[in-house]
Design a protein around this ligand. Sequence first.
Ligand code: PMP
Length: 391
Amino acid sequence: RLRDWQLAVREDFPILTANPGLAYLDSAATAQKPRAVLDAVTEFLSTTNANVGRGSYPWANSTGARVAAVRERIKRALGDDDLESSVEFVSGTSHGLRSVAMDWLPGLLTDGDEIIVPFGDHQANLTPWLEVRDALAKQGVRIAVRAMPVDPLSGDYDHRALPAIVNERTKFVAATHVHHVYGANMNVHRIRAVVGPDVPICLDAAQSVGHGPVSVADLDVDFVVFSGHKMLALTGVGAVWARNKRGPRFELGGWAGTPNTAGIVSLQAAFDWLDTVGPANIREWTTALGVRLTDGLSRMADVSVLGCQQSLTAESEVQRREGIVTFRHRKVRSDDLGFVLADEGIMVRADSHCQAGRDNTDRAVRVSLHAYNTPDEIDRLLAVLRRCEGI
Ligand code: PMP
């Protein structure tokens, strides 16, 4: 049943009210924008737009103050009141992870050190770490990269494999908070418990910030990297939050010049909007929709859900899931399913999923949810799939 806040939420999204017959189920690719975000950007660009940093006139000062305020807003959104931490604006998660890799990681590593990186997460959280290894090797510094495998049955890291790849030369771990294919909320506490208190952990939070509560104090991680466009703000902006206690201070080397000021303004508006609904409510809602979907899918003989052994309805499974469900049909190719669903006004991702270590033949349909999705949309999707039964 729709809750009161949920009814109000849909009204907040102009693109959804303009298209009542369409079901947008691809928010993990990019999320829709509430009016408050669009208004904030228009207001900024039509009142005090100026460049940051160098001006001596009111608009420039106001833009500078606004950008500084968004840094503080991000810290607050991540539950951080630590004075040593910092926030750098980047163009998105891919850029943010790359800058942690290129600008910061080399200063931490010496010959013979080891780093642990995820194999089976988003490609953006693998390539930069391998590039750092290769760049250091050219300078005669040999770094071993250990693979932290994802267990395709549980969707979480294979934690039994972790102790075997951690040792006293382990200097850094890259991990993901919520998996972009399996929707699993990865057990970051267990990684911290195995590597101990002194090893920096960098978290790809592209699918968690703005989708549910994220607390850096609780997670005890050192970097949180996320994209604006997946958390209801604009494209072309994102941030790296850095704790700055377990290694050199993080400074962005790769982005000189004018930042995306309108994008930065949009981050503030998006966090404010998210707070009016409540990140915990959003997570509860998208998880419940995901369970509804998985429940329906698990009744279809030809459909298998990726990253979950039986049914997501088991209480223990539900706790760890965010609103992302990916599945395959044994008889219908996923891109064909994508076309069939698009014909019915249902937008999903039906393709390969930028997953490291998997080639492009490994296609599946991904349904990803946000606060504005409804049970009716899930039921419409299930009804189309039921029509494919018995093909
Ligand atoms: N990491 C994860 C987990 C993602 O889902 C994505 C986007 N699909 C990225 C990184 C890359 O984000 P962006 O394209 O915004 O740089």
